[in-house]
Design a protein around this ligand. Sequence first.
Ligand code: AMP
Length: 582
Amino acid sequence: MLPTFDPTDTEAGSRILEDITSNAGHIQEQVLEEILTKNASTDYLKGFLNGHSDKGLFKNKVPVVDYEDIKIYIDRIALDGEPSRILTNESITELLKSSGTSGGKQKWIPKTAEEGERRAFICCLRDTVLNRYLQGLSDGKALLFVLINPDIHTPGGLVLRTASESEIKNRKDRYPQFILCEDTNQSLYGQLLCGLVQRDAIVSVGTFFASGLLRIIKFFEEHWQEMSSNIRTGQISAWITDPNCKRAVSLILSKQMPDLADSIDLVCQEKSWEGIIKKIWPRTKYVLATITGSMAQYIPALEFYTGGLPVVSSLYGSSEAFFGINMKPLCSPYDVSYTFIPNMAYYEFLPIDNHQDPNCTNRKDAHLKDHIVDLANVKIGQHYELLVTTFTGLYRYRMEDILLVTGFHNSTPQFKFVQRTNVVLSIHTDKTTEQDLQKAVAIAMQILQPLGFFLLEYSSYADTSSIPGHYVLFWELQLRPNDDTPELDQVKMEKCCSLVEQSLDQKYKWLRNQSFSTIGPLEIRVVKQGTFNVLMDFYVSQGTSLNQYKTPKNIKSEKAIVILDSRVVGKFYSREVPNQDS
Ligand code: AMP
């Protein structure tokens, strides 16, 4: 059902894009019909539809679910090796590790070969839009940093990967050989080195997320001298031992290039690295990295390094499905909206009262179904939580993403990504919820409680002022009333930091464990007694009603962070890397 076209043919791609966005409502009905016809006989749907594939019946009978509700079906496939047809009549070939969590465990999302085709299609449409706005991309090379980890297999025999690893590993032919290197430091070193050797051919630089790109710039800061020396001598460093990596580099670094090394030194020796991307790769037309949602915290830092180049957030997608593309790739990172592509999945939307705290939506309300609207009927200015029904076995599944309708492209709505429900902390692709944090803090406090300490109040923020960023927790501890500055035991406080980390979810621990770590050691800042009262006074002075005030568990206001920081009596860091297997 997907139209096919040559991705380098911008006109053909544009025609398809205009066509499908002009018929969004109709295509969505077709997609739902196709999903139901294909999957009516699955165990899951039979339970609600009795083998029928009627769309009205679907809307009446199939419940809104979250991962917890369907985990039992996924586990049967993933752990017990039962067939895909429990959920879908497409054949599940992989499970994608979603960054969302359910009860502290990573979600495993089914993926099929056909789903791979759908994702390739939306990526072609995305490239069409980029080519429309940025001429000459095909005259140069894209420096897209990609890093992979070894595959894991579930007891049921399915491969377990992230969505980005799946994309890369299934389309190996599109990427250089580095991508087969599973040592991230060697791989990244090789990718940067080749990017430097070919610096005059590079027309775009990017990776999946803004946090990742900043981490790569930091790595470059630490290694540019060594890379320049490799270019000067025409020899790669001896610590690069991975055969795929060595082979890929040797194809490009085949001779001594002292002039190139000199020019790299000149740029990198400058005191400030402002605009470094533009200076190192002068033909770059844009930087590709998702910078919406939780990544918006990195806009100023990334803009510092890009030297005025547009930072393009091109796609909104997930392990569950790919949803939309940015039709105005050169717009300000603050103004990005994604136009939903109607033939990827069937979309529905749960309205959220614009004044309501999105974290307070009643997740198990039996009447949720009565409020659902479909893609064609969303309203501009209204917030919604996205529900998705896929070909791959998810039906009316809560994405836990909050979106705001900002406009339409033809008849297709465009959405701004507002936030993930309930996430308080995120540095990279980790998503720590308020409950995760609460649980972790409670566990860590077991160290201090026997000493007579109480935790009066706590809050947190993601400190991204240095790369990699790290979680900061503010703790107001009380030993005795009016004891302003209780004596703190350094070793015990560091243990608390480690225990909080150890109690966070698997994705956090996994990211902390990577040799190329994208999250730094967690920090606890102990504040003087009374600090959280001052914080409350601050929020009340800003218009929060005293009756409704609850200490925010995540602080976004810079002024509020200054208030807390000015009352810090001790700072402690985790000294251990959390064990990701526990
Ligand atoms: P994952 O399943 O681990 O790939 O994570 C998918 C989630 O990442 C989505 O549900 C969103 O919460 C977030 N996400 C993906 N793309 C974007 C984007 N373009 N802007 C903001 N958040 C995004």
